[in-house]
Write a new protein. Structure first.
Length: 198
């Protein structure tokens, strides 16, 4: 006698997770919209183990790079960082591509703002940068603070640039603030959303 099993493989039929599985949720904490803004700054606390920042159509006033700084209890966004950076590029003319590690943009125990793109975001009317940054356990007083960023932007000479940045704030002091700004000029337009992950 053959045994038959009914399997419901429709995702739309799932209304909740089984009791033994816990699922994470993104909780929107803050939305900031740039308007000729020198920087957009966010405060962190120990409410969440991880935070995600989403960048939506960041447009600079002058061609420049989108950067991030971390605050470790002081008034400055100068927490010590060690980072790595690589980039994929392709131009609209389909005549050139590139994939490579970019040591120029790395920091080794650096305190300055960290570049999250390559060669700057263009200022054409349709040029912008979008992406996200994941920041893990910023309130820990035991471990360094890891982060990962992925951005996609339109470079000023008609290039698509996908940049991957990762690293850690090399401190056991809690990180209580994150600041985003352009390396030159202002964030002319764009939105940054901060989420807590539960």
């Amino acid at each position: 006698m053959a045994l038959k099993f009914a399997v419901n493989n429709s995702l739309s039929a799932i209304t909740s997770l089984p009791s033994g599985i816990s699922g994470g949720a993104l909780n929107l904490i803050s939305t900031q919209t740039a308007s000729a803004s020198a920087s957009l700054e966010f405060s962190l606390d120990d409410s969440y183990d991880s935070y995600i920042f989403k960048f939506i159509n960041i447009h600079p006033s002058v061609q420049s790079s989108f950067t991030v700084g971390f605050r470790d209890g002081s008034t400055n966004y100068d927490a010590v960082k060690t980072t790595t950076n690589f980039n994929a590029q392709h131009n609209e003319a389909d005549t050139s591509t590139n994939l490579g590690y970019e040591s120029t943009y790395d920091q080794a125990q650096g305190t300055g703002y960290l570049t999250l793109d390559q060669q700057g975001v263009g200022t054409d009317n349709d040029a912008s940068l979008s992406g996200e940054l994941y920041f893990y356990n910023p309130s820990s007083t035991t471990f360094v603070k890891h982060f990962i960023s992925t951005t996609q932007h339109y470079y000023g000479s008609a290039w698509s640039m996908n940049t991957f940045v990762a690293g850690y704030c090399n401190t056991t002091t809690a990180i209580d603030g994150v600041s985003f700004k352009m390396s030159s000029g202002n964030i002319d337009d764009g939105i940054i959303k901060m989420y807590g992950v539960s």
